[in-house]
Design a protein around this ligand. Structure first.
Ligand code: ZN
Length: 91
């Protein structure tokens, strides 16, 4: 996919909110990188989300998450230092 010329043209706006919510749900129950010593709803980290959205470049996924935070839908750490991503409200 990285060799595909379209790879560099993918934008955050190409990811639907619903796609992110599905990835967050998968992360909650099947989180691979989150800190599972914490309460389940608070153990999603950005690597979990990116793991469940392999079709999008990581920087695009991060931009999408940050745009959803600006709209009041999500909160959390986007650099990967904490596993505290939460859904504040569904669009
Ligand atoms: Zn951080």
């Amino acid at each position: 996919m990285r060799g595909d010329p379209i790879w560099g043209k993918v934008k955050a706006s190409h990811i639907a909110d619903a796609t992110v919510f599905v990835a967050l749900d998968k992360s909650r129950y099947f989180g691979k990188y989150g800190n599972h010593t914490e309460v389940r709803d608070r153990n999603i980290c950005i690597w979990d989300v990116q793991f469940h959205l392999p079709q999008f470049p990581p920087k695009v996924v991060r931009a999408k998450l940050m745009s959803m935070e600006k709209r009041g839908l999500l909160t959390g750490c986007w650099c990967g230092c904490r596993a505290d991503i939460e859904i504040l409200k569904y669009a």
